[in-house]
Write a protein that binds this ligand. Structure first.
Ligand code: UD2
Ligand code: MN
Length: 590
């Protein structure tokens, strides 16, 4: 009895165990499982606290992705448009408007009468590589301020720039467009603009300089006033192409020290025809020659091969100047542009060298295309700022830039190519040198070795000038002159004036140069020619005793015809004063 009692007691307790504890255990296990699931979901959504925050920051920002279908920012259902200049076609004015067109060309360097007849919203030819339509870009790209500086631009051209930006940029990214008026004094432009921009309800802002500052300082001012994360500079005569902005912003979104540059298409200044400068799928990048003229060169294979797709951005040593995107704070941390640079020119090099040497980079973006009107000539003067500075203002700008960023050997190349630059007063660059030191910037040699490694192939190290100056005839009162001609052309002979057209340089390798051109000779005469890329050698030598300029290949001397004053090669004759020449150093009077 007792035994059975005890036994039944045990069975009861065991049953109790099963009935109560097991479900409890089950519930407990389930709860903790659930709890972990909820925690996981929470972390995924809100990123959790410190630990996952760090994870977020170190996670690389999303890169653009090539997809099968249309890219996420590609325009869809574009309706074809018809009318003057649509599809970027040339628009030809009626013959009875020729006078107006000519007047506009004279005043603006472009045919504003033609522009006036073209819609503000005209379509342009899609000049991109086919592949460009298939990139997905991150949605949360940085907000952007587009900055357009202008001085006396044609109204319709300026406003078409603005409309094209609004029509072809994602709304949530385009933060503002800032028009910075560099003291324009054309009648009506001010009131017309103020009135016209009202329709944009604050998206387009106008700020005005109290005096003429030049484009360089005006851009720096625009950057200061901008409130977007990224700033994009455009000239006041541009039309952006389809889906131009996301590909420019994507590299900056991932790395704030990248400056990006769109590929520039051409808009004809007479007909407003929109055409690519380079056809096909070959890419080019910005370099320079030693006189600091901006040049473009094929992208070297080494750089091509860094990329998986031909439509991806590639690195470039420099840029043309007008059109680019950069993180605003980064631009200001770099000191914006050197405020000592005046009006126009050289600022593209200053910014490029500064970015590369101080740890950033420049990328050209094939999928971002922007049209730019290349004018027939520069329609404005440099105003009071140019009067204050004696000597050629642009060369002064170059001198500031090379004295800040070049090293001694490369500076020498610049002075060999521009001998007069040595005498120019470039002002004080101590602030620039201090900035270079503060930012711990790398040397120019580093830049040449790692970034601009293709420059020397095209523009080799310059041998020193053995002689330079005006090339005066001993027999006749006059000098050799390139006559501002474009090569190929005959060299001229005129009164000695000490101008750039007459500044000849004979280097230690026999090359006779005038500005970026070379002087050559054949049976037809003495010629202005394009210097052969990649060489610095030439056929000439100068004998100080006989005063002959000898052409080695032809074994003849440079001679002046006594009557026609034409230049040619003649059999050398020691007694003929018309074959005698003197290099006379030009002493600038500034
Ligand atoms: C190129 C650049 C230009 C600039 C320049 C100087 C391109 C396509 N263009 O010459 O952006 O970098 O080289 O190095 O890369 N402007 C002023 N104040 C002035 C003079 C000009 O606001 O005193 C404006 C002008 O209205 C225009 C912009 O600055 O919107 C650039 O001037 P540009 O078009 O005459 O220069 P560009 O294209 O010949
Ligand atoms: Mn321009």
């Amino acid at each position: 009895m007792r035994v059975s009692n005890i036994r039944s007691g045990r069975i009861f307790r065991l049953a109790l165990c099963f009935l109560v504890i097991l479900p409890l255990l089950y519930l407990l296990a389930n709860w903790s499982d659930n709890h972990k699931r909820v925690q996981r979901a929470y972390h995924a959504r809100f990123g959790g606290r410190k630990q996952s925050h760090q994870r977020l920051e170190s996670r690389p920002r999303e890169a653009p992705k090539l997809v099968e279908g249309l890219g996420n920012f590609e325009p869809r259902n574009l309706r074809p448009r018809h009318g003057a200049g649509e599809n970027g076609d040339a628009h030809i004015l009626w013959p009875n408007k020729t006078n107006v067109a000519d007047a506009a060309e004279m005043e603006y360097g472009m045919n504003i009468a033609c522009s006036d007849e073209i819609s503000m919203h005209r379509s342009v030819r899609d000049t991109r590589l086919e592949e460009c339509k298939h990139w997905n870009y991150p949605y949360d790209l940085p907000t952007t301020s587009v900055i357009i500086v202008f001085h006396n631009e044609g109204f319709s051209v300026l406003m078409r720039t603005v409309h094209s930006v609004i029509d072809r940029s994602p709304k949530h990214v385009l933060h503002e467009i800032i028009l910075v008026d560099d003291y324009s004094d054309k009648e009506n432009l001010r009131t017309k603009l103020d009135h016209y921009v009202q329709q944009f309800q604050g998206l387009v802002k106008i700020i005005r300089n109290k005096e003429r500052e030049g484009l360089i300082r005006t851009r720096s001012r625009g950057a200061m006033e901008a409130t977007g994360e990224v700033i994009v500079f455009l000239d006041a005569h541009c039309e952006v192409n389809l889906n131009w902005l996301p590909p420019l912003l994507a590299p900056i979104y991932r790395d704030r020290t990248v400056m990006t540059v769109p590929i520039i298409d051409g808009i004809d200044h007479k007909t407003f025809e929109y055409t690519p400068v380079y056809e096909g799928d070959k890419h080019f990048r910005g370099i320079f020659e030693w006189g600091m003229l901006y040049k473009e060169n094929d992208v070297p294979r080494r750089e091509q091969q860094r990329r998986a797709h031909n439509s991806e951005p590639y690195r470039s040593p420099t840029h043309a100047g007008g059109l680019f995107a950069i993180n605003r704070d980064y631009f200001l941390e770099l000191g914006a542009y050197d405020p000592g640079l005046l009006v126009w020119g050289g600022e593209n090099f200053e910014l490029s060298f500064k970015i590369w040497q101080c740890g950033g980079s420049i990328e050209w973006v094939p999928c971002s295309r922007v049209g730019h009107v290349y004018r027939g000539f520069m329609p404005y003067n440099f105003g009071k700022l140019a009067e204050k500075k004696k000597g050629p203002l642009i060369t002064i700008n170059y001198k500031r830039v090379i004295e800040t960023w070049f090293d001694a050997p490369h500076k020498e190349f610049f002075y060999t190519r521009e001998p007069l630059a040595r005498y120019l007063d470039m002002g004080d660059i101590s602030e620039q040198l201090a900035l270079k030191k503060r930012l711990n910037c790398k040397s120019f040699q580093w830049f040449m070795d790692n970034v601009a490694y293709d420059v020397l192939d095209k523009f080799p190290a310059l041998p020193a000038n053995l002689h330079w100056g005006e090339l005066r005839s001993v027999a006749s009162d006059g000098c050799l002159d390139s006559m501002s001609n474009e090569p190929p052309a005959l060299m001229g002979f005129t009164y000695c004036q000490g101008t750039g057209n007459q500044l000849m340089r004979l280097n230690a390798e026999g090359q006779l140069g005038v500005d970026e051109r070379c002087v050559e000779a054949d049976r037809q005469g003495i010629k202005l020619a394009v210097c052969r890329l990649g060489t610095v050698t030439g056929p000439w030598s100068y004998d100080e005793h006989s005063k002959h300029l000898l052409h080695h290949r032809h074994r003849k001397c440079m001679a002046l015809h006594p009557e026609t004053l034409q230049l040619s090669l003649a059999r050398c004759d020691a007694n003929n004063a018309y074959q005698q020449w003197l290099f006379k150093k030009i002493r600038p009077d500034w």
